[in-house]
Design a protein around this ligand. Structure first.
Ligand code: TTP
Ligand code: MG
Length: 301
């Protein structure tokens, strides 16, 4: 909870020590302790000002952190090569199929630009990720989803295949990183193969029995598309899971654990493995003794 603020304050505390300002360092230490004991996620600098131990000057740092995503004083105090390394690692990790391990390996090999990485060393996904990089790093505007939804309905309605676009789009976000499509399975049909016949799909990156990772082209821009396939009885659990956000899912799961229940994207189970069926998303919340939250409300938790 509040890890972003705590990390920034920890860095500012160290900076004050280096600057020979022990009293100011102490102020950060007190604020960090107060933040560690704070029971909820702080949403604004105003809220932070109410916490004993966080004065005006410290609250203004939180304000800057919320507005800009960083504290300029910290950025300026850091050695240049460290900033450069962070920039390069961020670039590498923005490539589909590249995680922190590969990014660090490329950095250690002396690569600084995507063009520096030998093509022969790339996986098929990474190769595509670099080829389509300028499209894939762009956020997807909300209105484009209306188009995705329309095209998918055009393809799938006649076949009786039901789907919902989930993820950050369903939570009402103005922009999203990718398109998350939850599809309901049908007996005796290879549903994923049928869905990806729809002409928006252009590339396959990975596929499992009930999951498809790929790329689509909408309005002339390549976008990441994920498909999850759920059995009809799993749907209420699958839509909660795929709507997210991930932090909310973790909280729901640990909440279930307190009652010795196991929650996942397929169902809710007790210690003996008996499942608790649900008809709707509301049922899933109710069975866990939780008040229902609309998708838009789930980012706060
Ligand atoms: P994402 O598409 O990764 O997340 P998102 O749609 O919330 O945000 P973005 O705009 O960046 O695409 O995953 C879709 C949902 O899947 C996510 O909201 C919750 C669930 N999920 C988890 O619960 N844990 C995870 O680690 C991931 C990657 C996803
Ligand atoms: Mg998403």
């Amino acid at each position: 909870m509040n890890a972003t603020i705590i990390n920034a304050f920890e860095a500012l505390r160290k900076l004050r020590v280096e600057q020979g300002e022990p009293y100011r360092a102490r102020a950060y230490e007190r604020a960090i302790n107060a933040l560690r004991n704070h029971p909820t996620q702080i949403q604004s600098a105003e809220e932070a000002r109410m916490i004993p131990g966080i004065g005006e000057s410290l609250a203004s740092k939180i304000d800057e952190l919320f507005r800009t995503g960083s504290v300029s004083e910290l950025q300026m105090a850091r050695p240049l090569e460290e900033l450069e390394k962070e920039r390069v690692l961020k670039l590498f990790e923005s490539v589909e199929g590249v995680g922190p391990v590969t990014a660090n390996r490329w950095y250690a090999a002396g690569y600084r630009r995507l063009e520096d990485v030998p093509v022969s060393s790339l996986t098929a996904t990474q190769r595509l990720g670099i080829e389509l990089h300028s499209d894939l790093v762009q956020r997807i505007p909300r209105d484009e989803f209306l188009e995705d939804d329309r095209i998918l309905h055009q393809c799938l309605d006649p076949l009786g295949i039901q789907f919902v676009i989930a993820g950050s789009y369903r939570r009402g976000k103005e922009t999203s990183g990718d398109i998350d499509v939850l599809v309901i399975n049908r007996p005796n049909t290879d549903v994923i193969s049928t869905v990806i016949q729809c002409p928006i799909f252009t590339h396959q990156l990975g596929r499992r029995e009930k999951k498809f990772l790929g790329i689509g082209k909408i309005r002339n821009t390549y976008r990441r598309i994920d498909i999850e396939l759920a059995e009809p009885h799993e749907y209420p659990f699958a839509i909660v899971y795929f709507t997210g956000p991930a932090t909310f899912n973790e909280k729901m799961r640990s909440h279930a654990k307190q009652y010795s229940l196991r929650l996942n994207e397929k169902g809710l189970y007790d210690a003996q493995g008996n499942s608790y069926p649900a008809q709707t998303e509301q049922d899933v919340f109710a069975m866990l003794g939780l008040q229902y939250l609309t998708p838009e409300e789930r980012d706060k938790y």
